[in-house]
Ligand binder design. Sequence first.
Ligand SMILES: C[S@@+](CC[C@H](N)C(=O)[O-])C[C@H]1O[C@@H](n2cnc3c(N)ncnc32)[C@H](O)[C@@H]1O
Length: 521
Amino acid sequence: MLRSVKIRPKLKRLVRWLDGAARHGLTRKGRSLDGPSAELLAQVRRYFWFHSIDLGNGVVTPGNKSLPALRAEADAIFGPLGLRGKSVLDIGAWNGYFSFEAKRRQAERVLATDHHCWSPEINGRATFDLARAALGLEIEGLDIDVPDLVPDRVGQFDVVLFLGVFYHLVDPIRALHNLAALTKEVAVVETHLDLRGLERPAMVFYPGTELNNDPTNWWGPNRQCMEALLRLVGFERVVYQPHPLVKGARGIFHAYKNSSPTLTRTASAPKAVASQRNPVAVVDFHDFHNNHYLRINQRRLEHLASLGLSLSGSTVLELGAGIGDLSTFFLDRENEVTSVEARAENIERMRTNIAASYSAYSSRATQRHRIVRLDLDKDDGTFLGQFDVVHSYGILYHLRDPARLIRLMDATCRRLCLVETCVSFGVEAVINPTPEDAALASQAFDGVGCRPTRAWLFDALKSVFPHVYVPTTQPNHEEFPVDWTRPGPSGQLARAVFVASRQPLPSPLLTESLPDFQTRC
Ligand SMILES: C[S@@+](CC[C@H](N)C(=O)[O-])C[C@H]1O[C@@H](n2cnc3c(N)ncnc32)[C@H](O)[C@@H]1O
C-alpha cells in the first residue's frame, strides 16, 4: 500500500463536508427542472462532487472545481495530444471529468480507475457511474489502487493520465515506474509543485498536514525534479507547462516515450546537434550580432514597449527565435516563454545565451524558458497548445509559406499576436517569394522566403483574428518606412509591425486600417 494511516482523518473530514455539499445541486441557469432532468438533479444532489460535469438538459454537477477551471485544465492537458483512435487510462479519475473529456475528444477506449475516492465513504464510484450513464458514454471503470496498476492487470495504453495523484502517494517514484510501464506513447502528469526557487532537482516531504492541511499530501517536487524523475523511469521527452490557472504552483508534464519533435529546456545541458541542412561549420553567429542587427533589435523592442500593450506575466510563444536575442524581453517581464527555432545550432547558442544572461543573479528566468525545434514551413506546431501572446518578429519573411504561419498563429494564440516582418511596397495582396541564403544562421531554413505586401499580411491576419491593427508609429530605424506611398531606397529592406488581437484594443497608438503615413515612436 502506498497510502497510509494519514488517510483516515482526511476521509472523516471529507465525509462530514459531503453531507453539507450534497444538499446543493446546480441547474445550468438556476431554473427549476421537471421530468427526467429533475430526477437526475435529485440523484446528483445525493453525492459530493469534486468535478463540475455538464450532464446535459440543464444539469451540472456541483463540483468543487468549476466548469471553466476544468475546461482550462483539459485544454492544457489534451491540447498537445491527438486522441482520435487512442486508448486512454485515467488514474485517479474520481467523478470522471477527464475520462469523459478524453472520450469526447475522440479516444477509442477509455478506462477510468480510482480507489481512494471510490471508497464507500466518499462514494466517487457512484458519481462516476451516474455521470457516465447520464452522458451515455462507453467508458470502462475499475476500482484499483495505484500500486496495483501494472500492465499485467490492465494492459498498456497509448495515453495515461496521472492528474493530481503524484503527491498523494507515499512512494511516488515506484508509481512513476509503473506509469512508464503502462504508457505506450505519452503520460500526462499534473501535480502540485514546491521549491520553485531551487535550481537543483528536489522534493519536499510533508510528514503531517503541512500542505493545505491535508494529511494525504506527501510530496512537493520542483519542476526539475519531476522532469528528471520522468526521464529516469524511461520517458525520452518531457514537456512542462505551468498550470493554466495557478501558474507555477502546479505543473503539467507531457512525458513522451519517443522524442520527436525535439523539445528542450534552456537550463538543460547543451548537446552538440548539427542541422543536416545547415552544417555547424558554415554558421556565423556574427550574422546575428553585427552592429546593424543589434541596433535594429534595440529599436524594435523599444517600439514594442512603447505600444503600452499588456505583455507581462503571461505565456508567450516566440516564433523564429534565432539565438534568443528577443527572448529576454519577455523573460524579464515574468512570462513563461516557449521559443521555436529551426536550426539546431541556433538552439544551442540560444540555450547558452539565455543561461549566461541570467547567470549573475540566481534568477528563475531560465526555468520559465523552453525551446522547441520546429521547421515552421514543414512541421505541425499545433501540439504546442495555446499561449496568451504569440510573438512573431523577424520570421514570417523567412518562410516559403507564410500562410502556414498565420494558421499556426491562429491555432496557438489566445489573446495577442505581435508580428514584425520585412514587406514589399505595393497595394496588391501578394507574397513575393524570395530566395535566401540558407547557409546564414539568420535566414530561411530551406533557402526560400517571401516579402509579402502589407495588404497581403493585413488580409491574412484579418481572416483569422477579429481585430487587426497597425501601430501609428514605426521604430526609429530606417528599415521601417513612415511613408508608404513611395518605395524607399532600392536594396533597403522595408519592415512593418502588426498587432492582431482576439479582443478590441482601444488605443490612440493603433489604427485598424493600413496607414499610408506613420510617425516615429
Ligand atoms: C532574422 S532571425 C530572427 C530572430 C528573432 N526572431 C529576431 O527577430 O531577432 C530568423 C530566424 O528564423 C529562423 N528560421 C528560418 N526559417 C525557419 C523555419 N522554416 N522554421 C523555423 N525557424 C526558421 C532562422 O533560423 C533564424 O533564427
